[in-house]
Write a protein that binds this ligand. Structure first.
Ligand code: TYD
Ligand code: MG
Length: 459
């Protein structure tokens, strides 16, 4: 019997090598090559059949092609619609990733139930749970008499036959890592299985105008497991974020061919599943009956919406090797900010431990948080609270300058709406007119900001 041909596929870039190597010759990643047996399905005339994802069309001039408005199918969850850019798109393929237990299956079952109740033919393919387990979840969610069709299946060919049996418009595959095709001899979850099955489902979605939602596992590092090529193949990539200890969950669009990216949807996990939080701007504020030292409210921008987040700092006498720790903020940036504070504002934390935390498990990556971090640290060091009703934002540079943050006006308006009365912001963000209810203090440099706080009567 002829020996079956094997080759090695990189789990990072899906590049193919004929023999095992420590380093992938395509993307130079180490130790990523996995052996795969490929029994070439229908070798010969159909060799390139698998390469195109969208159906082919004859040659035409761009201006002659009609840019048809996309039809949208609302998901029934405003927050999810917002991330998707208005709803599911027929023929669109969405990949949704996130940590185990974060709520992927819950959210999708809720969304499918809404569709099915409104007369859309919806299918839930489960490869991880059995039918009764899905039914138990539906019961817990209070989805009694749900018309969603359920198929417990992991084999691609039978799945496709199931999709053929009835004109489904939306199908969820939970999860793509459990799907395998009989045409390939490699194990389910292996690179080639995941890639080929996802490509097959994508072609099916495009050809038949079905929306297919693929659930993807994430690796320990937080990237989607399986080849990165999955992200290129699909139209939309969503990530579920959040602290499993808190009830809030964020859904973020990383890629979206049908809408804006960096938009977030905010949900709260309740007894009855995920509920959208339509006004999330105040959920990351903790309530203090009295003003406390070491706390500063930051207005950050997540997608198109401003979000108010409390930044807390604790400065305490440390040993010979003082510690600098941060939760939800970058630690390297904290070290840099402490140096700027010392050099330009003369505030030294040299022999002190410094801890910084963004309340509620949010992760803040924008540099506009700098000023609020410095104010919180300064306040903790002095043991005096900041003036009541104060918000701050602005990037701090190495030269001690305070740089503007994008969309400053919007941030100020949101803070005013929530009852904040003072804002310490970069000069370049100062509004020309007045913003009702909020007093603006615009600064150019860090030292100005610190001396304003020191001289403020309330602090
Ligand atoms: P699940 O959707 O199974 O997560 P994933 O598919 O991303 O792995 O989420 C399960 C978690 O959500 C589980 O820890 C229990 C919790 N949960 C609730 O708090 N309320 C509910 O109504 C449901 C269905 C789940
Ligand atoms: Mg699940």
């Amino acid at each position: 019997m002829a020996k079956e041909k094997t080759h090695y596929v990189c789990s990072e870039c899906a590049g193919i090598s004929p023999k095992w190597l420590g380093k992938c010759p395509h993307c130079e990643a180490w130790n990523t090559l996995v052996e795969t047996w490929e029994s070439p399905a229908g070798a010969g005339k159909n060799r390139y059949q698998a390469s195109a994802l969208a159906p082919s069309t004859p040659l035409s001039v761009l201006s002659d092609i009609k840019a048809s408005e996309l039809e949208r199918i609302p998901t029934g969850q405003d927050e999810l619609d917002r991330v998707l850019g208005g709803g599911w798109v027929p023929g669109g393929v969405v990949l949704i990733g996130g940590d185990p237990g974060i709520g992927k299956s819950t959210l999708l079952l809720q969304a499918l139930d809404h569709l099915a109740r409104n007369g859309t033919n919806a299918l839930y393919v489960t490869g991880e749970e059995s039918g009764p387990q899905v039914a138990l979840r539906a019961k817990r969610l209070g989805l009694l008499g749900s018309p969603v069709q359920v198929m417990a299946e992991t084999q691609l060919e039978r799945m496709v036959a199931g999709l053929d049996s009835s004109p489904h418009r939306v199908a969820v595959i939970d999860s793509i890592q459990t799907v395998y095709s009989e045409m390939l001899s490699s194990a389910p979850g292996s690179v080639s299985q995941v890639r080929e099955c996802a490509a097959h489902l994508t072609r099916l979605a495009k050809a038949r105008g079905i929306t297919i939602i693929l659930v993807g596992h994430v690796t320990k590092e937080g990237a989607l497991a399986g080849p990165r090529v999955l992200e290129h193949m699909v139209d939309t990539v969503l990530y579920f974020e959040g602290d499993t200890h808190s009830s809030f969950r964020l859904v973020r669009a990383i890629k979206n061919r049908f809408g804006a990216i960096n938009e977030i949807g905010v949900f709260a996990m309740t007894e009855k599943g995920l509920k959208g939080v339509s006004n999330p701007s105040a959920i990351f504020l903790s309530q203090h009956p009295e003003p406390v030292a070491g706390s500063c409210v930051l207005v950050t921008l997540e997608g198109s919406r401003p979000l108010l987040v409390e930044i807390q700092a604790l400065v305490d006498s440390g040993g010979p090797n003082p510690r600098r720790l941060s939760v939800g903020l970058e630690r390297d940036r904290l070290a840099m900010l402490l140096a700027v504070l010392h050099r330009h504002a003369g505030v030294s934390c040299m022999d002190q431990d410094v801890f910084v935390n963004a309340v509620g498990g949010v992760r803040i990556s924008e540099p506009a948080a700098d000023l609020a971090v410095l104010l919180a640290i300064h306040s903790s060091l002095r043991g005096k609270p900041l003036p009541q009703g104060l918000i701050a934002f602005g990037e701090v540079g190495l030269a001690g300058e305070v740089r503007p943050a994008p969309r400053g006006q919007e941030r100020l308006r949101e803070a005013a709406k929530l009852g904040f009365t003072h804002a310490l912001i970069p000069k370049a963000n100062a509004p020309k007119g007045k913003i009702e209810g909020i007093e603006i203090m615009a600064v150019d440099r860090v030292e100005e900001a610190m001396s304003w706080v020191r001289n403020h009567p309330g602090s």
